[in-house]
Ligand binder design. Structure first.
Ligand SMILES: Nc1ncnc2c1ncn2[C@@H]1O[C@H](COP(=O)(O)OP(=O)(O)OP(=O)(O)O)[C@@H](O)[C@H]1O
Ligand SMILES: [Mg+2]
Length: 434
């Protein structure tokens, strides 16, 4: 339950760890402040004010003391109460109950109700600086004008400003620092993800806290070890394949000499197949070599490919000049393999090259039988073919798509097989970061 509520990213978790105590402290401080400082002082001030008003009202309404009213009035005026007026033949306006959120009006209302035994009216909003309180005695009205600053504790605003603005400021600063601390984690996660997919990842510079640095250094060591291992293995296998070429050629020659009555035809075709497999494997391992990365024009590359096929069943659509950063001969091999497949398994193929703000998209659409959904992952594996018996005859080995995937990955791109949206057939989409 708690797990579901907690934020998922480390950044937001850390933020919560920082924010939660600060926020709680703020809430506690605000409650304590409001209760002890704001409410209590303002209540005290309101009580005193209404007490004084009550004295004046009593002096005025009692016939015995009425004649001394002016004397008493002079004593009270310009203290808590600024001005006192006696209004003859006035009617009290009707009074609205204070709103629940208007704490000050509520305090005043409560004190007036408790202490004054005559109809009263007050207004705290009409004037910016004064509060107007009126009490009705028979046909006269006593009006009291009170300066707001004398009866209101105004430190609330200052207090809230002082407590919220610095805490927001400090929070922003800590968010900035926090982001810098999280950065190495994110780049490490990205690198690990890409490396796992077999894509090329530039070396990570250790940064951040000691522990994170250590993880990055160890990750880099591990990466180098794995890469060394792969290249050693590839080098060994291609060495063997290479060495096999000479005995195979010799075998072929000997078969030609001995193959009088076509008795060795089967052996011959097996040898040819082996030769083809070796050639393809050598191709595959050379696709893993790291050549020079250059910037080249994709539309030029398309023209080169078009010339090779010289076939009006294959159409090319590349409207603009698109520059791509990569190893040109590998990208070319990649496209050859895909177009070869379309030529072999379908008939017609459309090659469409597009560029949007962050990616270059190359798609090859054909009208062949397509690749069923459950085979789409498997066809990428080396030496995997869907229909083995049929395809071996036309010299397929099953390395084409593995080579494509390898090349695409090493360029930081992705490959996707899907149904051709035009209906029948396969659509292969390559996406490269632009
Ligand atoms: N355009 C396509 N239409 C239908 N099936 C395809 C298409 N492309 C590939 N496949 C299927 O995926 C399998 C693997 O393709 P891949 O290119 O890796 O090997 P291959 O074409 O059989 O041999 P190679 O390319 O090494 O000569 C193929 O055997 C084929 O069954
Ligand atoms: Mg192929």
């Amino acid at each position: 339950m708690l797990k579901q509520l907690l934020p998922r990213t480390i950044f937001f978790r850390y933020l919560l760890i920082i924010i939660a105590p600060v926020l709680l402290l703020q809430i506690i401080l605000t409650i304590v402040f409001f209760d002890s400082l704001w409410i209590k002082t303002n209540k005290g001030l309101a009580r005193t004010l209404v007490g004084q008003i009550n004295t004046l009202v009593e002096v005025y309404s009692n016939p015995k003391t009425n004649k001394d009213f002016n004397f008493v009035k002079n004593i009270f005026e310009n203290k808590l109460i600024s001005k006192i007026y006696v209004l003859e033949n006035y009617k009290l306006p009707s009074l609205k109950k204070p709103k629940i959120y208007n704490l000050y009006d509520q305090l005043l209302d409560e004190q007036l109700t408790r202490q004054i035994n005559a109809p009263f009216w007050y207004d705290t909003k009409n004037s910016k600086d004064f509060v107007d309180i009126r009490v009705s005695i028979n046909k006269t009205i006593l009006q009291f004008i009170v300066e707001k600053s004398r009866i209101r504790n105004s430190s609330a605003r200052i207090f809230i400003l002082w407590i919220t603005i610095p805490s927001i400021l400090f929070l922003l600063i800590s968010i900035l620092f926090l982001r810098n601390q999280i950065k190495p984690f994110t780049s490490l996660a990205d690198s690990a993800e890409k490396f796992g997919k077999g894509q090329y990842v530039p070396e990570l510079k250790p940064s951040g806290a000691v522990e994170v640095r250590k993880v990055i250094i160890e990750f880099e060591k591990m990466k180098r070890r794995i890469l060394r291992h792969i290249s050693q293995r590839t080098a060994m296998l291609s060495g063997i394949s290479h060495d096999l070429k000479t005995p195979l050629t010799r075998l072929k020659l000997q078969i030609e000499i001995l193959n009088k009555n076509h008795a060795l035809d089967k052996v011959k075709s097996d040898v040819l197949e082996m030769e083809k497999m070796i050639a393809e494997y050598l191709d595959f391992s050379s696709s893993q070599e790291t050549g020079n990365t250059i910037q080249f024009d994709l539309s030029n590359l398309m023209t080169e490919i078009k010339q090779k096929y010289n076939n009006n069943k294959i159409t090319f659509k590349c409207n603009e000049k698109i520059l791509m950063l990569g190893r040109k001969h590998l990208i070319k091999r990649c496209l050859y393999n895909l177009i070869d497949n379309s030529v072999k398994y379908a008939g017609n193929a459309d090659i469409i090259v597009k560029k949007n703000n962050s990616a270059i998209e190359i798609s090859i659409e054909d009208d062949g039988p397509g690749v069923p959904k459950n085979e789409r992952e498997r066809v990428m594996r080396p030496f995997y073919r869907i229909d083995k018996s049929r395809q071996m005859a036309d010299g397929s080995v099953g390395l084409g798509l593995s080579i494509v995937q390898d090349i695409v990955n090493s360029h930081g791109g992705t490959i996707k097989l899907a149904d051709n949206p035009k209906g029948k057939g396969l659509r292969v989409t390559l996406n490269f970061p632009a």
